[in-house]
Write a protein that binds this ligand. Structure first.
Ligand code: ADP
Ligand code: MG
Length: 696
């Protein structure tokens, strides 16, 4: 196998090598220019590419093509058309035109639009994104596309991502020009998303309505062994899981996804996969594909892959780590400290731009990871807190402090910008401290945003990050441009000023403590705990200004997305509540009653024999009061859920779900779990935590 890897890698991708082989030279050059420099693509080029793409796809067994897009559901969508085209006499040829490659017209009426598109305007368009390579999956040619409405509003996650990449590139190029790097024509953002997931037995999954309908367990007592033994578990990759991982790697490699690292995670049945980083746009597409392929391959191995943020109460949930940086068209990583003074200037400028961006738009960063599922993790001592802060590490913080207080500069008056040359390389090679509790950590030559949920698209956090940094750079540019004297002096002043203003967002300590919560409050940082708390920040003036200034979202697009997010939250909890009701009425309560009957029968039998049946009576009492409580809570849950559905104000409805429904669901769970432990094995209504997490 190993010798074959280079051969299978990317074998299902219309990649650069295929393009070079299949396309006429001038067409290849034109396409390359579009991909590398973001220039417009002409239709004759598209026609030529379409022919080559179809030829290649058919050679590789494809019969269909699809415009693959990412509507605001957070999932991907596709509609398949075959290549066949009748040519009379009952014969067909395989045909595909540039027009079909460039534009698709799926019926858009069934995708969320948040009021952007009245249903009679069902027309939507998909537009080919040539910067993300097409690929073949299950006999279909997949063409990555952007999705917009008839009147041009973005209905997807790719369009704003591409816009944000462009905004950042434009601003970064301008700043680099002032810093003497005018040969840089473009700056791309790079992402390496680490993906966590659970694998459980398909047979167990099939018997749990909560997992099927909501992705997480709504009931279920902790097993005798939880994750306290995590380190025992760490090394032992079960053979079946190993076989799954092997298959998964191979499938991903074929699709040109550079899956690199895989290991067991802290919780039982939890694992992680990390690819080698790529351009933001491609990495986002790849992460979507990775999640899909994970589910498909799991199925083949008799598993179900759970991507929910919190499938099991009391056990660590799953997230994603979004490793992020910026690379110039010259190949330089702007967050790499580098060795020459000139590079250090740009490093300091871009580092402080990120610090400023994260501080000013912490609310939006928090928003970008908000979901009903992720609310179970953030701030729950397993994932970073809901407070967004930056970890820089001790040495880098010292450097920042030195700049702020002029201490370092004073002692090295003659060569101000040598600051990095002596200190930074030392820091980056030798530092060993790692802070796992920080939501946003500098990790040597990139930032790692760790608050993302495992199931969500990584597009949104990167849209926000790119845009916020673009804004910081835009302000930097204006200021640097105005300044007189040497650029070094101007940068020094700017960096110093920025640090003074935004250092409150830097925190190197333990983010899980109560002291930090109090300290963060003192510093005036946001602590937006739940999804309903954070969503309204989307439509705040400063944020609307940010998005519209950089042409990421128009105001109607913002409003529609805000509405979709609120709706999504409510719908998720609605389904959870309904599922819990169903499990209670159809499974748990009848089981409880059945077991109570058994215990009562045993009490009667014993009393006939003149025995006291003391233990049974204690148990009967417990079961009886649990039944009483559960039944009452369940009725209340039904009532309050119905009430939520009558609320027209979406934000109020979201709060009803958050404050009432979630609370009631938690109460129910507590009671149910406390009696579940008494159920005899043959009466358990569905697989228990032990069955699911400790299968052999
Ligand atoms: P850890 O678990 O220690 O955080 P991993 O190796 O699992 O480290 O993940 C690090 C991720 O960061 C990988 O996906 C890697 O490709 C990515 N990465 C490395 N350099 C960059 C960069 N310049 N930009 C974006 N991502 C990067
Ligand atoms: Mg990591």
């Amino acid at each position: 196998m190993s010798s074959l890897v280079p051969e299978i890698y990317g074998s299902l991708v219309f990649n650069d090598k295929v393009m070079r082989d299949k396309l006429p030279k001038d067409i290849y050059k034109a396409l390359r220019k579009t991909i590398d420099a973001g220039t417009h693509l002409e239709l004759d080029v598209a026609n030529s590419v379409a022919v080559a793409m179809k030829e290649w796809a058919v050679e590789n067994g494809a019969t269909h093509y699809t415009h693959w897009f990412q509507p605001m559901t957070g999932f991907t969508a596709e509609k398949h058309d075959s290549f066949i085209s009748p040519v009379g006499d009952g014969e067909v040829i395989m045909d595909f035109s540039g027009k079909e490659l460039v534009k698709g017209e799926p019926d858009a009426s069934s995708f969320p639009s948040g009021g952007l598109r009245a249903t009679f305007e069902a027309r939507g368009y998909t537009a080919w994104d040539p910067t993300s390579p097409a690929f073949i999956k299950d006999g279909t040619l997949y063409i990555p596309t952007a999705f917009c409405s008839y009147s041009g509003e973005a209905l997807d996650k790719k369009t704003p991502l591409l816009r944000s990449m462009e905004a950042l590139s434009n601003e970064a190029v301008k700043v680099l020009g002032l810093l003497g790097q005018s040969d840089v024509t473009r700056v791309s953002t790079t992402i390496g998303p680490e993906q966590e997931y659970f694998l459980i037995e398909k047979s167990a999954y099939a018997k749990r309505k909560d997992l099927i309908f909501t992705g997480r367990t709504l009931l279920g007592a902790m097993p005798p062994k939880g994750q306290e033994m995590e380190d025992h578990y760490f090394g032992a990759i079960r053979p079946r899981v190993a076989a799954f991982m092997h298959d998964l790697d191979e499938e991903l490699w074929k699709l040109g996804i550079p899956a690199k690292t895989k290991h067991n995670e802290v919780a039982p049945c939890q694992h992680e996969l990390a690819p080698v980083f790529d351009t933001a746009n491609v990495a986002v597409d790849h992460n979507q594909l990775t999640m899909e392929v994970m589910k498909k391959v799991a199925d083949k191995h008799g598993f179900v892959c759970l991507l929910h943020e919190k499938p099991f109460d009391g056990i660590n949930g799953s997230g994603k780590h979004n490793n992020w940086s910026m690379v110039t068209s010259k190949g330089a990583n702007l967050l790499e400290p580098g060795k020459t003074p000139a590079e250090n200037i740009s490093f300091l400028v871009f580092l402080t731009a990120v610090i400023k961006a994260v501080d000013e738009y912490a609310d939006l960063l928090r928003l970008s990871v908000a979901s009903a599922g992720n609310d179970h993790r953030l701030g729950a001592n397993e994932a970073p807190p809901a407070i967004i802060s930056i970890f820089l590490g001790d040495e880098l913080t010292e450097i920042i402090n030195a700049i702020e207080n002029d201490t370092f500069f004073k002692s090295k008056k003659a060569q101000k910008m040598d600051i990095g040359a002596t200190v930074l390389p030392h820091f980056f090679r030798d530092t060993t401290d790692r802070n796992r509790t920080s939501p946003f950590a500098f990790t040597g030559n990139k930032f790692e945003f760790r608050s993302l949920g495992s199931s969500a698209s990584v597009a949104t956090p990167n849209i926000i990050l790119n845009t916020a940094v673009a804004e910081a750079l835009s302000q930097f540019y204006d200021e640097l441009k105005k300044s007189k004297g040497s650029i070094e002096d101007a940068v020094h002043k700017l960096v110093k000023k920025t640090i003074k203003k935004h250092k409150r967002v830097i925190f190197n300590g333990n983010g899980y403590t109560d002291e930090w919560v109090a300290e963060a409050k003192k510093r005036g940082l946001y602590n937006l705990k739940s999804t309903p708390d954070v969503l309204p920040t989307f439509i705040e003036k400063k944020n609307v200004e940010l998005f519209t200034k950089h042409h990421i979202f128009t105001e109607p697009e913002i409003n529609s997305r805000y509405e979709i997010l609120l709706e999504n939250y409510c719908k998720t909890l609605h389904i959870e509540s309904k599922t819990l009701q169903d499990m209670l009425y159809a499974q748990f309560l009848p089981t409880l009653m059945k077991f109570s009957d058994k215990v009562s029968a045993s009490i009667e039998a014993k009393e006939r024999m003149g025995l006291k049946a003391k233990a049974e009576k204690t148990l009967a009492k417990k079961l009886d009061s649990a039944y009483e409580e559960l039944f009452t809570y369940a009725e209340k849950l039904v009532e309050d859920t119905d009430k939520a559905e009558t609320m027209d104000d979406l934000l109020k409805r979201a709060y009803q779900y958050h404050d009432k429904i979630l609370e009631e669901m938690a109460q129910i769970r507590e009671v149910a779990d406390s009696v579940e432990v008494y159920f005899p094995a043959d009466l358990q209504p569905y697989p228990t935590y032990a069955d699911m997490l400790f299968y052999v």
